[in-house]
Write a protein that binds this ligand. Structure first.
Ligand code: AMP
Length: 280
C-alpha cells in the first residue's frame, strides 16, 4: 500500500491507472476506521482493480461549535486497517493542499439541502459536496462507495454526480451495526459503554416503525412513537424524526410506498444519526 499526500501525485497515479485500463474504486472517509468503513473498502476491493481510500477530516463541513478539533485521528491504526484490507493507495491530503489561502469555489446541491441534517448543520452539505467533488476530480474513480448510514449525504452526492456529469458511479452500501443495533460511527467513541448500550434503542425504535409502516399505520403516529421511545433514553435530545420518500426525500404522504425513516438525536451530547428504508 502506498501513502500519497500530494493531490497532484494522486491525480497522476489515477491517470496512469486509467491508461493501463484498470478500474479505480474509491472510499472517501474521515478516518477512525471501523467495520462500517471496512465494508465499503471490501466492496471496492472486490469490484475494482485498484482501491483508493482517502482520510481527510474536512474542516469546511464542520460548524463552528462542532467537533472538528477533537474528531478522532488514530492514523496508525487506520493505516494498518487499510493495509490489511488490501487498499492500494491511501490518500492523506493536508487541509492546506486542498484549500489554499485564496480558495473560493464551492459546490452546493440546492434541492436536498434545506431539511433533515441541513437544518441543524448549516453549510455542512456544502462542505461535503465541495470536498467530494474535489476528491472525485483528484482520484477519478470509476466507482465510489458511500454508506447508507449517512442517507441524506448519499442522495445529495448521487444527485451532484449526475448533475455535474462526474463519470463515477456512486454506490450506496448497507449500514453496519454494533451487536445491539447501534449504527457504527467514529463518534460512538465519545459515548460511555452504558450509553452506547442505551443508544441501541434508536435502531429498535426504527425496526418497530418499519413494521408499523408495513401495516399502513398513520405516518404521523409512527414518527410520534419514535420520538416517544427516543425520549426515554436518558440525556436524549431529538434533532429530528422524519419520514420521507426514499428517492426524492420529499416529505412522505400516507400513500408513499417506500420511505426512509431517518432520525438524528444527541445522546450524552453526541450527535447520532440512523435510518431505515421501509416499503408497504
Ligand atoms: P465518515 O468517515 O464518517 O465520513 O464516513 C465515511 C464513509 O463511511 C461514509 O460514506 C459513511 O456513510 C460510511 N459509513 C460510516 N459509518 C458507516 C456504517 N456504520 N455503515 C456503513 N457505512 C458507514
Amino acid at each position: 500500500m502506498k501513502v500519497i499526500k500530494n493531490p497532484l501525485q494522486m491525480q497522476k497515479i489515477a491517470l496512469l491507472t486509467a491508461k493501463k485500463g484498470k478500474s479505480i474504486g474509491f472510499v472517501p472517509t474521515m478516518g477512525a476506521l471501523h467495520e462500517g468503513h471496512i465494508s465499503l473498502i471490501k466492496k471496492s476491493v472486490k469490484s475494482n482493480d485498484i482501491t483508493v481510500v482517502s482520510i481527510f477530516v474536512n474542516p469546511i463541513q464542520f460548524g463552528p461549535k462542532e467537533d472538528f478539533s477533537k474528531y478522532p485521528r488514530p492514523i496508525l491504526n487506520d493505516k494498518n486497517i487499510c493495509k490489511k484490507n488490501k487498499v492500494d493507495f491511501l490518500f492523506l491530503p493536508d487541509a492546506d493542499n486542498l484549500y489554499d489561502k485564496n480558495y473560493s469555489t464551492y459546490v452546493e446541491v440546492n434541492k436536498y439541502s434545506q431539511f433533515m441534517c441541513a437544518v441543524s448543520r448549516p453549510g455542512h452539505f456544502k462542505g461535503v459536496t465541495t470536498v467530494v467533488s474535489k476528491l472525485l476530480n483528484i482520484v477519478m474513480p470509476d466507482n465510489a462507495y458511500f454508506g447508507l448510514k449517512d442517507y441524506q449525504q448519499y442522495v445529495i452526492i448521487k444527485k451532484m454526480s449526475a448533475d455535474l456529469n462526474f463519470k463515477t458511479k456512486i454506490t450506496g452500501c448497507p449500514i453496519v451495526r454494533e451487536k445491539n443495533g447501534l449504527a457504527m460511527s467514529s463518534r460512538n467513541k465519545y459515548l460511555t459503554p452504558e450509553y452506547k448500550e442505551k443508544a441501541g434503542n434508536i435502531f429498535k425504535s426504527l425496526l418497530k416503525a418499519k413494521q408499523d409502516f408495513k401495516s399502513n399505520k398513520n405516518i404521523k403516529s409512527i414518527a410520534a412513537d419514535i420520538k416517544k421511545s427516543l425520549n426515554k433514553i436518558e440525556t436524549a435530545i431529538i434533532d429530528y424524526v422524519e419520514i420521507r420518500d426514499w428517492q426524492t426525500l420529499e416529505a412522505a404522504k400516507q400513500s408513499t410506498k417506500t420511505v426512509v425513516i431517518a432520525v438524528a438525536v444527541k445522546i450524552q451530547n453526541v450527535r447520532l444519526i440512523d435510518n431505515i428504508v421501509c416499503s408497504k
